[in-house]
Design a protein around this ligand. Structure first.
Ligand code: ZN
Length: 289
């Protein structure tokens, strides 16, 4: 009875077991596929440490964090540099057209605070026009002047149509409160990754660059006297071919303004790099502008 009675049940159970097993197998395959896909997507981030400014991920080891950062160690035209013993040169003044903007996207990207600038603002260097993309800040300054660091440095990053970069650097030292920085400082995002879109604000890069706190509506304007040299990004991947224009006269902001920035972004400066075979020029033609 047992064998006869059990057989059909056994067959049904066996079939069920096979279906269950097949289902489990399919699920395992599916989960593995999802898992593998996920792992592939995550790996680039988990494999390499994010660059930064601490001992374990700072400028001294950037090149070790990724093969893409090799120039940070091996590049011969790196930035920043110590601005010392420049060769005076009579160079044509650099025209620029910046306008104020009434809204801004301001971002804490974990390395700095960056303000995206709308299209239609440019500088012209050696006959090439470079569009202003964004400006951001470093504390302390990255460039030094005859070995002296400044409290902060502003970088205005421009890009030409063929993808080359030109950066205007503005050294900033402790002094009087600077109202030109107020609209940005009023909206500094405190958390890494935080982005704010701010409406009804007047941000004027012209005013921030202006050394006397005034701008006129004349266009184009001309950059004041600057140091000029060919360098690199001061952050990974340290790409070279960047035209650097660092204003010779620093601007001032107050100690409270400096502290407000440093409370959010701590020491985000790359040390100065060797000049090597490069020429450091300084023009004086912009002084009269
Ligand atoms: Zn910078």
């Amino acid at each position: 009875m047992n064998n006869f009675a059990k057989s059909p049940n056994y067959l049904v159970r066996n079939t069920r077991t096979q279906i269950v097993n097949a289902s489990i197998l399919m699920m395992c395959i599916l989960m593995c596929m999802i898992g593998c896909t996920k792992t592939r997507g995550v790996m680039p981030h988990t494999e390499k440490m994010e660059w930064g400014y601490e001992a374990e991920n700072g400028p001294d080891v950037w090149a070790q964090l990724s093969r893409e950062y090799v120039l940070c160690a091996e590049g011969k035209h790196q930035s920043p540099i110590d601005l010392v013993n420049p060769t005076p040169a009579k160079l044509p003044a650099i025209p620029y057209e910046y306008y104020s903007t009434t809204s801004m996207n301001i971002r804490n990207n974990g390395h700095t605070i960056e303000v995206a600038y709308p299209e239609g603002n440019w500088i012209e260097v050696d006959g090439t026009r470079f569009q202003l993309l964004q400006f951001h800040f470093h504390a302390p300054s990255e460039h030094t002047v005859a070995g002296k660091p400044f409290d902060m440095e502003m970088h205005l990053v421009h890009k030409s149509e063929d993808g080359n970069l030109a950066v205007v650097g503005l050294l900033i030292e402790k002094g009087s409160h600077n109202v030109a920085f107020d609209p940005v400082w009023a909206h500094l995002p405190t958390a890494p990754g935080e982005m704010q879109h701010v409406e009804n604000v007047t941000v004027d890069a012209r005013l921030m660059l202006s050394l006397n706190g005034q701008v006129t509506d004349e266009a184009p304007q001309y950059l004041p006297s600057c140091y000029r040299y060919d360098g690199s990004l001061t952050t990974p991947p340290c790409s070279e071919g960047v035209k650097w224009l660092v204003l010779t006269t620093p601007t001032e902001i107050s100690e409270a303004q400096i502290s407000a920035f440093k409370a959010i972004i701590h020491d985000n400066s790359r040390p100065v790099q060797p000049l090597n075979e490069r020429k450091l020029l300084v023009d004086s033609t912009g002084d009269e502008q």
